[in-house]
Every structure is written in C-alpha cells, then in structure tokens.
Design a protein around this ligand. Structure first.
Ligand SMILES: NC(=O)c1ccc[n+]([C@@H]2O[C@H](COP(=O)([O-])OP(=O)(O)OC[C@H]3O[C@@H](n4cnc5c(N)ncnc54)[C@H](O)[C@@H]3O)[C@@H](O)[C@H]2O)c1
Length: 304
C-alpha cells in the first residue's frame, strides 16, 4: 500500500492556538503519518491554548484514527512579527502575556529548537498564521501602518521562518504556508492589505523555493485554501457568507473541511512530494477554476 510515512520526522507548525484552524488540521495529519509535532503559538493566545489542553477540552480533536492521542512535543511561544527579541518594543516585552515567555521571536524559536533537538532535528515547517489589524477596512481605507503590519506578520514572517529554520533541517526538508485566492482575485471584505500580503506570500514561495532549494536543498510550497470558519477567519466578519457563496458556486458542493487541507499538507510535506517545490496548490473544492457564478436553481452548462 502506498502510504505517507513520516515516522522519525519532526515538524514545527507555527500558528496553532486551538483545534479549529488549518494549522491544527495539518498537525493532526502529520501526526497520523507518524511525525512528532512541535507548535509555535502567539503569546497572547498561549495561556488559553494551554488551558484548553490541560482541561481536556481538546481531547476529542486530538484523537487519531488508531486511537492514539496527538501529543505536542513542545509548545513554543512565537510572535512572528519579530525576527529577534531586541526588535520587540519594550511595551510588548513587558506585557504580562509576553514577559515570562522567554525569547518569543523567530530567532528565539530557532535557538530553542536547536537546543532541544540539535542540528538536523527538524524536517517540516508549516506557516499557518496571519494577522491584519485593519482587515475590516477596504484596501483603499487602510493606513500605511496597518498595511505594513499585515504584510510583516502574514508574509515576511515566512521568509524569516525559512531563513532561521532551513539551516536546522535534515535533507529533504519542506516548508509550507497557507494562502487565499484574495491574492489573485477580488474578495470584497478581505481588506487591510491582507490580499497584498497573500500575493507577496505566493510570489515569495517561488523565489524562496529557488533560493532555499539551492542553498539548503529544502522545498517551499503553499496551499491556497477555500474559506473555513477558523478563529482568525471569523475575525474578518464575512466568513459565513464567504463559505456559503463559495460552496454554492464551486464544482464540488461538499463542505470544505479543515482535514482536506490537513491531508494535502501532509502529502506536500512528505517524500512523496519530493519533486514539488515553488508551487501554490488549491484545496478549495475547485472554486478557483470558476469564471462565472452559478445563480439560482436549474441547469447551467450541463450541471444540475
Ligand atoms: N480560514 C480561512 O478561510 C483561510 C482560507 C485560506 C487561507 N487561510 C490561511 O490559513 C492560515 C491559518 O489561519 P486559520 O484561518 O486556520 O486560522 P487560525 O486562527 O487557526 O490561525 C491563525 C493563527 O495565527 C496566529 N497569529 C496571529 N498573529 C500572530 C503573530 N504575530 N505571531 C504568531 N502567530 C500569530 C493566531 O494566534 C492563530 O493561531 C492563515 O495564513 C490564513 O490566512 C485561511
């Protein structure tokens, strides 16, 4: 049987703070395939996440298909807005949600991974985080500061992850990010420069694939996912409408599940995808292929 076998491999999934998003789903699929999982969690969300785990609130979603429970080998504090701790302003470092957490920068996570697992202790990195403080503003009404923050946290952070972590990876290492088609088509309501950040993320996927491929022998890909009512997406405000619209107008009208993206993430991170790099792969029930909406009931173009 052809199987995805990630036994003996270690993944860092950056951007997990509950069990509702794509990061969690990819972590779960990687764990199903036998990988050990470390996560990077945004300090403001870290205490709540730890409480959810300790109180058993995630017991159901942590259960794997063979009845094992997914364990997180490490939970590292990570604020992807900062490459080094020195870059974080004093008010952030002194904030009570950050203060006792140690070095929460990208460099800090790389240092901890090196201390915990040594050189060559990492195989898979998932970038599943985004933040646009003005996401509810039209691009036209987005401030320079809000725009730059969206691009910094949601796109530049992926460059930082590759730069800091590629040197730790074993041969065959894989980086994967999550993007959205608002990078290439207009999605009304997906504002604040988040569409720009996703366009940058996708372009960088190609350039990083070349540069990090040549320098470190790693692969760099991105998944363009359809809408999912995660915690981050719910903050946009329009997520239910986006889900319903996309479902009504996609080639496949089944509900898009987080695990659809989880399994694709496990495949792209595995040796089975050894020849795939620099690509953006859609997991969206085919919505990206449509050029016209399906309006109302009836038969259109041979579909029921
Ligand atoms: N949900 C969707 O409809 C959708 C569609 C396509 C792509 N995506 C992308 O999928 C990825 C994961 O998002 P999700 O929707 O699964 O939501 P999610 O809430 O599960 O994940 C977003 C994570 O980003 C973290 N985060 C925010 N700012 C951070 C920072 N400065 N440093 C570190 N972490 C930070 C949050 O704490 C959260 O854990 C994002 O890149 C998102 O843009 C989502």
């Amino acid at each position: 049987m052809l199987a995805i076998d990630l036994r003996g491999r270690r993944a860092l999934v950056a951007g997990v703070a509950d069990d509702a998003g794509f990061g969690f789903a990819i972590a779960k699929a990687l764990a199903e395939a036998g990988a050990s999982i470390c996560v990077g969690t945004w300090p403001p969300a870290l205490t709540i996440f730890q409480n959810l785990l300790e109180r058993g609130k995630m017991a159901e979603s942590l259960r794997l298909s063979d009845n094992r429970t997914m364990e997180f080998e490490r939970i590292y504090p990570l604020d992807a807005a900062y490459d080094t701790l020195a870059e974080a302003p004093a008010e952030v470092r002194e904030n009570k949600r950050y203060k006792e957490r140690g070095d929460f920068s990208l460099e800090g996570v790389a240092t901890r991974l090196r201390e915990d697992f040594g050189e060559g202790g990492l195989d898979i990195v998932i970038h599943s985080l985004a933040n646009g403080p003005e996401v509810r503003n039209a691009l036209l009404d987005t401030s320079r500061k809000g725009y730059l923050e969206a691009v910094s946290v949601s796109a530049y952070s992926n460059i930082g992850l590759v730069r800091h972590l590629a040197p730790l990876m074993r041969p065959g290492g894989s980086f994967l990010s999550l993007t959205y088609m608002a990078s290439e088509r207009v999605i009304p309501g997906y504002g604040g420069g988040m569409s720009s950040a996703k366009a940058a993320l996708e372009s960088d996927t190609r350039t990083l694939a070349f540069e990090a491929g040549r320098r470190f022998g790693v692969r760099v890909n991105s998944i363009s996912a359809g809408p999912l009512a995660s915690r981050a997406a719910s903050a946009i405000g329009l997520i239910q409408r986006m889900i319903e619209y996309t479902r009504a107008n996609s080639p496949l009208t089944r509900e898009l599940e987080a695990m659809d993206v989880g399994y694709l993430g496990a495949f792209l991170s595995s040796p089975l995808a050894a020849g795939i790099t620099g690509t953006v792969v859609y997991a969206d029930n085919g919505y990206h292929a449509m050029g016209m909406g399906v309006t109302g009931p009836g038969t259109i173009g041979g579909t029921a």
